[in-house]
Write a protein that binds this ligand. Structure first.
Ligand SMILES: CC(C)(COP(=O)(O)OP(=O)(O)OC[C@H]1O[C@@H](n2cnc3c(N)ncnc32)[C@H](O)[C@@H]1OP(=O)(O)O)[C@@H](O)C(=O)NCCC(=O)NCCS
Length: 412
């Protein structure tokens, strides 16, 4: 499994070498080309744009750069064709020996996340006619060709692809499907969820507006959490007040869980049956029973929270899917409803029952159930680090539409 992050000073030499090597290996450039020198100059990319790297563990317990992409906001020296509101992707490269393991997909997702965090309305990239593998990847990730923006110089022709994030449910719809047991609205309109510590989602503050006094708005939220004996936690996503992330980082807050909001249409997708290695059945209920809660909270390591979990889960209209095998509950999924949206949550498969297609089966059931209940779109939240779940959702056609992180005060 690789980890994606912003390049550190120690990485840049290896990043430059890898980028040039990847292009040379595919015969896209010659060693003596000026462009080879530009590809090797990762230091300038780190200085003038956002240089992302994919790091893989090495056998001797260290990590090595296996891939990279450069994210260049409009106006940066690396943005060649970006228009206002667009972010341009440049120089995607994966080491030849690391290919066919999904590294490029993870880099592209991280780039999408980076663009969303900057409130970009569109991503744009140029690709050489010969880059067939990359073009298949862009198609799969929902990028579209924009031939009228194609460009080039001398003998080089570049094809342009763009990607615009699909409609996202937004923080308020998300909150409506996972309502805190109690919500305190501060004088600034920030909504502080309090649920005895059961999930950050139900124990975090949703900031709003453009407070002139960010410090004061934060102090009022901190007082709410202090009174409840909970660590102050703020959800920072698209639409958050400008400068909030920086303000929190400068005030002892640390990022705890970067999360992607994924969406797709409701409806049937493939056969709703698990693979041949699993025998059992699934059923739907209007309420979570004790076995459902135990199974879900067991996977989440939060069995102590049963009462408050029930209060949060049943605070919104929802259906509860259970998978059983040999009389045991081995899988759970919740489908909650708000406006035209259905929210999938609580997907959990007990460790002994994993890798038999049960997670996929439950998700497919959830998509069909969403459509039967009149929802047209489905969303879910998944932590960026949860590679297993991300792979499952990508298989089922979910795409990223939004993202956020929780910032928690370290001494809180
Ligand atoms: C994520 C989870 C629900 C998957 O359940 P599962 O029944 O093992 O998943 P499936 O067998 O249906 O796998 C479907 C696809 O997901 C991906 N996947 C699942 N587990 C994976 C793993 N450990 N590593 C990489 N890919 C994985 C694969 O693409 C797999 O397809 P394949 O088997 O054809 O390769 C399970 O690991 C789990 O309960 N994790 C803890 C709770 C959690 O993370 N929930 C999601 C919260 S958003």
């Amino acid at each position: 499994m690789v980890a994606i992050r912003v390049a550190r000073p120690d990485d840049v030499v290896a990043v430059g070498a890898l980028t040039a090597e990847a292009y040379l290996a595919d015969g896209l450039i010659a060693d003596e080309d000026d462009y080879a020198a530009e590809l090797r100059d990762a230091q300038r990319r780190a200085d003038e744009a956002v240089l992302l790297v994919a790091m893989a563990p090495t056998p001797d317990g260290r990590e090595a750069v296996v891939g990279t992409i450069t994210v260049a906001p409009y106006g940066s020296s690396y943005a060649e064709i970006a228009e206002p509101g667009e972010v341009e992707l440049r120089m995607l490269a994966v080491a030849p020996e690391a290919r066919h393991h999904g590294v490029a997909v993870q880099l592209m997702r991280a780039a999408q996340r980076e663009a969303l965090a900057r409130d970009a309305r569109r991503l744009v990239l140029s690709t050489l006619d010969a880059m067939a593998a990359a073009q298949r990847l862009y198609d799969r990730l929902g990028f579209v060709r924009e031939p009228e923006r194609d460009w080039g110089h001398e003998v080089v022709h570049l094809r342009v692809y763009t990607w615009a994030p699909p409609e996202a449910p937004g923080a308020l719809v998300e909150a409506a499907t996972w309502p805190a047991a109690r919500t305190v609205v501060t004088a600034d309109g920030w909504r502080a969820g309090l649920s005895g510590g059961f999930t950050r989602r139900a124990n975090s503050a949703l900031p709003s507006g453009r407070p002139a006094d960010l410090g004061g708005a934060l102090a009022r939220v901190e007082a709410v959490y202090a009174a409840a004996g909970l660590p102050p936690t703020v959800r920072v996503g698209s639409g958050a007040p400008a400068g909030l992330g920086e303000h929190l980082s400068a005030h002892r807050y640390a990022e705890r869980a970067r999360t992607d909001v994924l969406v797709r249409a409701a409806g049937e997708v493939g056969p709703a049956a698990p693979g041949p290695g699993w025998s059992g059945h699934t059923h739907v209920a209007d309420e979570p029973d004790d076995a459902w809660l135990r199974a879900f909270l067991g996977v989440k390591n939060g069995v102590d929270h049963a009462d408050v979990a029930r209060a949060v889960l049943t605070g919104a209209p929802a259906q509860y899917l259970t998978a059983t095998s040999g009389g045991e509950t081995v899988g759970t999924l919740r489908v909650a409803f708000a406006e035209q949206w259905a929210a999938l949550s609580c997907l959990a498969v007990s460790p002994d029952a994993r890798r038999h297609g049960l997670g996929r089966t439950l998700t497919r059931h959830g998509l069909a159930l969403a459509a039967r209940h009149g929802a047209s779109r489905v969303f879910l939240q998944v932590e960026a680090a949860n590679a297993a779940a991300a792979a499952l959702y990508a298989q089922l056609g979910f795409v990223v539409a939004d993202g956020y992180a929780y910032l928690v005060r370290e001494d809180g």
